[in-house]
Design a protein around this ligand. Structure first.
Ligand SMILES: CC(C)(COP(=O)(O)OP(=O)(O)OC[C@H]1O[C@@H](n2cnc3c(N)ncnc32)[C@H](O)[C@@H]1OP(=O)(O)O)[C@@H](O)C(=O)NCCC(=O)NCCS
Length: 220
């Protein structure tokens, strides 16, 4: 699913029709549509850069898909609002940004997340992970990377499900199981957003970051 060689200037189309664009965070405000600029009119410099880099990468994805450039505005819960017929997702760290977009009808929603490999420190684990996830992380060969992947998978799943359900989720509402370069999402507690897990999740490690993608296909 994800190209093994993704790096900080990847622009590619995955085999299932999801355009992926990655780039360092920088100032791309001159590329924004007027109604996008309004979204950051009172924002600090860091936020202006991450927002404008995200929108620049959406344009790269539109190019890959052969679509005209159009504004990606913001919904009431900060979710990106995609032009008719498109679905996508955006993520940024302090230094890197990623956008994914698809026009495939059979893909109902897609989410993406990028995290620093060393950003999910052990003091955060009990707030984010279940007991089984913590055990799995501790027993893995690289606990910091495994923690970053599982955290990122939760964020990615949240962004993927939000446009379909409109639901807020807590980190402990879902439990992630890694399998090779893929992950499964299980539901804990009462906040079960789908009857069964119909989503696919994939992850990839880079020398400093991890990247996760989650998508849901019609009829599973
Ligand atoms: C929105 C959230 C998932 C990520 O935000 P973040 O920490 O700023 O991290 P990222 O940079 O990876 O993602 C930001 C992007 O997510 C997108 N986003 C924000 N809210 C969203 C939502 N409700 N649905 C889908 N995408 C959303 C936006 O495109 C945003 O970038 P932009 O404002 O520049 O357009 C997180 O802050 C949040 O609110 N989490 C809720 C709880 C949670 O994550 N639960 C997980 C358990 S399943």
């Amino acid at each position: 699913m994800l190209n093994r060689c993704w790096n900080s200037s990847t622009h590619t189309l995955s085999p299932n029709g999801i355009a992926i664009a990655v780039s360092p965070v920088a100032d791309y405000e001159n590329m924004l549509f007027d109604d996008e600029s309004v979204c950051i009119k009172n924002a600090v410099s860091k936020r202006r850069k991450e927002f404008s880099t995200g929108r620049m990468l959406c344009r790269k994805c539109f190019d890959i898909l052969g679509k005209e450039h159009a504004a990606v505005l913001q919904g009431t819960n900060r979710e990106p609002l995609w032009p008719e017929g498109l679905k996508g997702s955006i993520s940024h760290t302090y230094s890197l940004c990623v956008a994914v977009v698809t026009d495939r009808e059979e893909i109902l929603s897609v989410g993406v997340d990028i995290e620093n490999q060393y950003g999910v420190t052990p003091d955060l684990w009990e707030h984010i992970f279940s007991a089984d996830e913590i055990l799995y992380i501790k027993e893995s060969s690289s606990p910091s990377m495994t923690a970053a992947v599982i955290f990122s998978a939760k964020e990615t799943f949240y962004k993927m499900q939000y446009p379909l359900t409109g639901k807020m989720l807590d980190f402990k509402d879902v439990e992630i199981k890694l399998d090779g370069r893929s992950f499964d999402v299980g539901f804990k507690g009462q906040n079960k957003v789908f009857e069964k897990s119909l989503s696919s999740g994939h992850f990839m490690a880079h020398d400093t970051h991890v990247l996760t993608i989650s998508y849901m296909v019609k009829n599973g």
